[in-house]
Write a protein that binds this ligand. Structure first.
Ligand code: ZN
Length: 361
């Protein structure tokens, strides 16, 4: 499937929360909503679970249900999707809902029109952190009177992006939210949050949908043969869709391991470094598992070249992990990808990659 054929989920026009016909944005969140009802007294909730489980959509659904004007106060039933409040949430215009996201995620969603969008000041790229100025502005907002009288909701996504000073600035509000405010935090990695943040929240665990539901949802998004992408995404349909939007398809995935093993990086050229590194780390993981007699997780077993050299594989993995740890690279993207792929050639010398361990990044 060509990239242009893949529907974009996010974007300026994508409404949030329950649709007017009652549909959920992601069907597998129904279980999470039911579980959330049992936590309806929590003033601070940490929504966690594997990456790609739909944390943000879940948090918006909960915010919408807390603010819905057709639901009984405090009952946390599913939002109606039709009242004035639900409509305001859907269009990001609700005065009692504050969405705090890193600038980079806002740009990705096309939300640079908002009052609290923090434009990068003299920075090359929008920040991936939740910064203290965003948290302070949200705390100021939380102390104002509720606009529509059903309390307020402060949503921080993802809480992992809070830097230390921003997290510390939030603690008092987390401990004692003013008035009827609820806080909703999301995290794919709650063990890395500050313990002081974690301990002040009740928890709601999300899970990935069963494979059949994930497959059906991806097919409804226009992916006819989603299995290979779903495997690459570790079972997360949102991630699988993101890979499809990046231009990956089953044929390309099937040929990728051997092409990389032969030192051919053309299929990766022009892609963002973090995505390339993620793909190569998954490939190196599967090569290691297969060498140990296990079943590969991300790529089809038949697509993996045999005969990986264990020492070269380890060196390659370490180089990939070093690149993954750093946001900024002194190398040009093209040179870095060429170098990483050339090291893959050393892992599989029999594939004709022409081993060269030059200039490890
Ligand atoms: Zn409603």
């Amino acid at each position: 499937m060509a990239k242009a054929d893949v529907p974009q989920r996010d974007g300026p026009a994508a409404p949030l929360g329950v649709q007017p016909d009652g549909r959920l944005p992601l069907p597998w969140l129904a279980d999470g909503l039911a579980a959330a009802r049992r936590l309806s007294g929590a003033h601070a909730l940490l929504i966690h679970g594997p990456a790609g489980a739909g944390h943000f959509d879940m948090a918006v659904l909960l915010a919408q249900s807390l603010l819905c004007e057709a639901a009984p106060t405090g009952a946390q039933a599913t939002a109606c999707g039709r009242c004035a409040s639900c409509h305001l949430v859907a269009t990001r215009a609700h005065p009692d809902l504050r969405l705090v996201l890193p600038a980079a995620l806002r740009v990705q969603r096309g939300w640079t029109d908002e009052d609290d969008y923090i434009a990068p000041k003299g920075e090359a790229k929008p920040s991936r952190e939740l910064r203290i100025d965003q948290v302070r502005a949200a705390i100021d907002w939380s102390q104002q009177t509720s606009g529509r009288g059903r309390g307020k909701v402060l949503l921080l996504h993802p809480a992992d992006a809070l830097n230390i000073s921003a997290a510390n600035a939030l603690l008092k509000t987390l401990e004692e939210p003013p008035g009827q405010m609820r806080l909703l935090l999301t995290s794919a990695d709650p063990e890395h949050l500050l313990p002081t943040v974690r301990s002040r929240c009740q928890r709601l665990a999300l899970t990935l949908p069963p494979a059949a539901q994930a497959r059906a949802w991806l097919q409804a998004q226009g992916l006819d043969t989603p299995d290979a992408l779903l495997a690459l995404a570790g079972g997360s349909p949102l991630e699988a869709l993101a890979w499809a939007q990046d231009g990956l398809n089953p044929a390309l995935l099937a040929s990728l391991p051997r092409r990389v093993a032969a030192g051919d990086g053309s299929v990766l050229a022009g892609r963002p470094i973090p995505r390339v590194v993620e793909l190569l780390l998954k490939l190196s993981h599967d090569a290691q598992v297969q060498a140990a007699g296990g079943v590969p997780r991300f790529f089809a077993a038949a697509s993996l070249p045999a005969g990986a050299d264990p020492t070269a594989l380890r060196i390659w993995q370490q180089a990939l992990q070093r690149v993954a740890r750093h946001d900024e690279h002194p190398w040009s993207a093209a040179l870095l990808i060429e170098s990483l792929v050339s090291q893959a050639g050393a892992v599989w010398p029999a594939q004709g990659g022409g081993a060269s361990l030059h200039s490890l990044p």
